[in-house]
Design a protein around this ligand. Structure first.
Ligand code: ATR
Length: 281
């Protein structure tokens, strides 16, 4: 399998390690190469990439939207989100998918299956690209409510309005969300607030957080964000950001190879690697 990643900058990406483990699991031979593309050279480099005999590649920041005009097909979910993180190359044609949101939902379902029994409510913090993917993955699940809070309220409203038939939740400012915190079983933080080197930053006040709420943060550097640390101290169940990274990779790998693989199997080793590099606990 000839696989890879495009983005900028990507030298510190964990995806090569993840996909090498998946290749080992399946017994397939192959490689996962980093194609770091400078924004000034995007169009030229993509043309060159088309000449290679790749089976597929991942797309990360800042190209998840920019790649779309170069695709031959895009699936409905990725189209709705307006972003692609996985490209499958089939007979010289590029097919775009987005596994980010579903990656997080898959990881949450394995760890906290009770969240998806039909009477639970979720709150998403943030309304950027990551939030869109997670929102569209979540509204397809058995949840009573999926609400969004954002600094700029109109951006949260625009996410909810794209599929107003399926949407089932409120739009909040962060102050409103803080007051309603106790009514949610799952809280997912999707912005970059609290990401290294701004480790101390936290998106909302957790005064009203109830014990046993699941708090998920897609930031994985540091492993313990200020949000997760405080949530843990308040008795919440915390879900760290590296699981989304791992599971979006698992779903991408399954698109490329049509083989089922286990992300859970490599989770402990992945955790050890991340903690040895950036453990701030
Ligand atoms: P991504 O595609 O990575 O999600 P994005 O589209 O730029 O990034 O979205 C960034 C998200 O982080 C938005 O929800 C943004 O809030 P606004 O919509 O109000 O801009 C949020 N965000 C970024 N910096 C923030 C900050 N300092 N405080 C609060 N929210 C912030």
């Amino acid at each position: 399998m000839e696989l890879g990643l495009i983005g900028y900058p990507i030298q510190h990406s964990k995806s090569p390690w993840i996909h090498q483990q998946f290749l080992k699991q399946t017994g397939l031979s192959g490689e996962y190469i980093l194609y770091e593309i400078h924004p000034d050279q995007f169009a030229d480099e993509i043309k060159q990439l088309k000449q290679l005999s790749l089976h597929g590649f991942n797309v990360t920041v800042p190209y998840k939207q920019k790649i779309i005009p170069y695709l031959d097909e895009i699936d409905d979910h990725a189209q709705t989100i307006g972003a692609v993180n996985t490209v499958v190359c089939r007979d010289g044609k590029w097919h775009g998918y987005n596994t980010d949101g579903l990656g997080l939902v898959t990881a949450l379902k394995i760890r906290y299956p009770h969240l998806f029994d039909g009477d639970k409510s979720a709150l998403i913090l943030g309304a950027g690209g990551a939030s869109r993917g997670i929102y569209y993955a979540l509204i397809k699940e058995k949840l009573k409510r999926v609400s969004i809070a954002n600094r700029t309220r109109s951006k949260a409203e625009s996410i909810v309005n794209i599929d107003s038939e399926r949407s089932k939740g409120d739009v909040y400012t962060y102050q409103e969300a803080e007051r309603h915190l106790a009514s949610f079983d799952l809280i997912i933080h999707t912005t970059s607030v609290g990401m290294y080197p701004n480790d101390g930053d936290k998106i909302i006040d957790l005064t009203h957080l109830q014990p046993d709420t699941v708090v998920s943060d897609i930031v994985y550097q540091p492993f313990w964000t200020a949000l997760l640390r405080e949530a843990y101290q308040k008795g919440a169940n915390v879900h760290h950001g590296h699981e989304m990274l791992l599971y979006q990779g698992k779903l991408a790998f399954e698109y490329w190879t049509n083989q089922k693989i286990s992300a859970n199997e490599i989770l402990p080793e992945f955790l050890t690697i991340l903690q040895s590099e950036n453990y701030k606990g």
